[in-house]
Design a protein around this ligand. Structure first.
Ligand code: NI
Length: 283
């Protein structure tokens, strides 16, 4: 029996490679999470940059809670099964009236994971719509194999390498995923997707949570993940602890080590060593 999705929704995800919108919390709760993020940003003197945009659930308890939200995990369990790791998280923040965008890509391109069994829960902390640069997808494109990408390192491209699909994408097929605060979309790791800039007067905040079944492994070396549901009978990933407070000293050291190792995988062959390299600072 599915935990939260209907049989029709599960069939849609398998056929189309995505599902949206899926409600996971009230709009008021999403607003509270946004306020928590913005209090942290104010204390740091600006938006999260560099490695702080990645695996931030190891540094801030409100995000450690978010990757464990039952409403998110119930839906993800319906597509990936009962033993779940949170492999990574990434903020996709487009500030008001800025050129930041995401080129057409498949997530699987540089992740080094052993199988395309990865589901992203993209949680909207603000509205995400056509006016502020919502993500769009090419339905059914997840059934294609890995497509070649080229790296652009465009500084306005929010992807690690500014990578883009190296063949023509039929944008007439694109479907924008419209989300209200507190809703999420789910998408498959091979689904072609991208998003335009945000010309609106407010920032657009999405938090992408990458879930995998415990059976996967990293092909490019050592890697880590957070066990969020069920049990890990494989031990393929170094399991990450949960932070007790914001920017806990030992968690900062761990986060620095783990994101540094992840950057080695994601930037392999480019000369970029860390998310704090000037070529890696996006947005
Ligand atoms: Ni993506």
């Amino acid at each position: 029996m599915p935990k939260s999705l209907s049989d029709g929704q599960i069939a849609f995800y398998r056929r189309e490679g995505y599902l949206a919108p899926v409600p996971v919390m009230s709009a008021a709760e999403a607003l509270r999470l946004r306020a928590t993020l913005e209090t942290i940003e104010a204390g740091m003197g600006g938006p999260l940059r560099g490695d702080l945009r990645h695996k931030a659930h190891l540094l801030f308890p409100f995000l450690a809670d978010l990757v464990r939200y039952p409403a998110i995990l119930d839906a993800v369990e319906d597509v990936l099964g009962p033993d779940l790791l949170c492999w990574n998280t990434n903020f996709f923040i487009k500030e008001a009236d800025t050129p930041s965008f995401v080129s057409w890509h498949q997530d699987s391109t540089y992740w080094g994971l052993s199988a395309p069994d990865v589901c992203t829960a993209w949680v909207a902390l603000t509205t995400s719509n056509k006016a502020n640069g919502a993500m769009a997808v090419i339905p059914g494109s997840h059934t294609r194999d890995q497509i070649p990408h080229r790296d652009t390192f465009d500084r306005h491209n929010l992807l690690t390498r500014g990578q883009e699909i190296a063949v023509e994408v039929d944008e007439a097929q694109a479907v924008p995923l419209l989300l209200a605060p507190g809703e999420m979309s789910l998408h498959h790791v091979r689904l072609m997707h991208g998003s335009p800039p945000n010309p609106s007067a407010d920032r657009r905040i999405g938090f992408a949570i990458r879930y995998i079944p415990t059976s996967l492994h990293q092909l490019e070396g050592e890697d880590s993940a957070t066990l969020v549901r069920g049990e890990d009978r494989y031990g393929h990933f170094e399991l990450e602890p949960r932070p007790a407070c914001d920017m806990q000293e030992d968690m900062l050291a761990l986060h620095s080590r783990l994101t540094g190792r992840a950057a080695q995988i994601l930037y392999k062959g480019t000369g970029v060593e860390t998310f704090n390299d000037p070529r890696a600072i996006r947005g």
